[in-house]
Design a binder for this molecule. Structure first.
Ligand SMILES: NC(=O)c1ccc[n+]([C@@H]2O[C@H](COP(=O)([O-])OP(=O)(O)OC[C@H]3O[C@@H](n4cnc5c(N)ncnc54)[C@H](OP(=O)(O)O)[C@@H]3O)[C@@H](O)[C@H]2O)c1
Length: 242
């Protein structure tokens, strides 16, 4: 896809994820230089993609990544990380009795606190005199008003908290950076390892490919204005109520 001159450079945190890797490729194929972060230091192979290493649960690694970008900061930052089934195999809770404090804390660490630490270190690098977009991948299930089904307690709560932080950071940045935007993005249901165990109930035609999701997300980020700052936006640009 053409990116029409924006962004001039991008940073993707979560470059090994299903969606994150696809976004890196879409941007680089459009001529954008991408700094692509992951725990392993892996990233899609492309001459415009430069890998870096970070871990969401290691703030020093995030600070070091941000410091390495300080001289020429990206004007599009995407946090594409997240967890639904934990690495020890713990799946999302369906009932009160499934609640486990350690699993809840891990969900919050990865889905809420890690992205907040990326914001803490990346937002101060943003220019005051031109447009930039800081986006985090959230989820529609983090909308409280949309929740008619329940379940997935920690995941929903961690994304609702993330959406609140996005709103807070948007308000704080608007005071000094009137052309910037901090947004949460819902990618739709996308065929990745995160959604794989839960795809059986997805309606036909509603499961997006990684590339389609990436194209939609890059398009929405390209259209976001400062008036959108603080919102949760869907892959088609529509707003999802908190
Ligand atoms: N797929 C969907 O249908 C869907 C729907 C709604 C929202 N979302 C959201 O979209 C985002 C991306 O999801 P996805 O489907 O692309 O998932 P995915 O393929 O499972 O990718 C998850 C990414 O998060 C990274 N990650 C996890 N823990 C980390 C840590 N401690 N430090 C650094 N990176 C860490 C993983 O890195 P490693 O490779 O190192 O493990 C991987 O890059 C998530 O926030 C998810 O909630 C997805």
């Amino acid at each position: 896809m053409r990116t029409d001159g924006w962004p001039t450079r991008a940073a993707v945190f979560g470059a090994t994820g299903g969606i994150g890797a696809a976004v890196c490729r879409v941007l680089a194929d459009g001529g954008v230089k991408v700094q692509a972060g992951s725990r392993s230091g892996e990233a899609p192979k492309h001459h415009l993609i430069e890998p870096f290493r970070f871990d969401l649960t290691d703030e020093a690694s995030i600070a070091a990544a941000a410091a390495s970008m300080a001289d020429s900061p990206p004007d599009f930052i995407l946090v594409a990380t997240g967890t639904l089934t934990l690495e020890d195999g713990t799946g999302p809770e369906r009932s009160l009795k499934a609640l486990d404090p350690a699993a809840m804390a891990r969900s919050m660490a990865v889905n809420t606190i890690g992205p907040a630490m990326i914001a803490r270190h990346m937002l101060p690098l943003m220019p005051r005199d031109r447009r930039w977009v800081f986006a985090v991948l959230s989820a529609k299930v983090g909308s409280i008003s949309d929740n008619g089904l329940g379940g997935w307690h920690s995941y929903r709560a961690s994304k609702a908290a993330l959406n609140m932080l996005v709103r807070n950071f948007a308000l704080e940045m608007a005071r000094t950076h009137p052309q910037g935007a901090v947004v949460a993005l819902h990618p739709g249901t996308v065929d990745t390892p995160l959604s794989q165990p839960f795809q059986a109930n997805v309606a036909p035609g509603k499961l997006f490919t990684r590339r389609d999701a990436a194209v939609g997300l890059v398009r929405v980020a390209g259209e976001v204005t400062s008036a959108d700052s603080g919102k949760l936006l869907s892959w088609d640009g529509s707003e999802i109520a908190p």
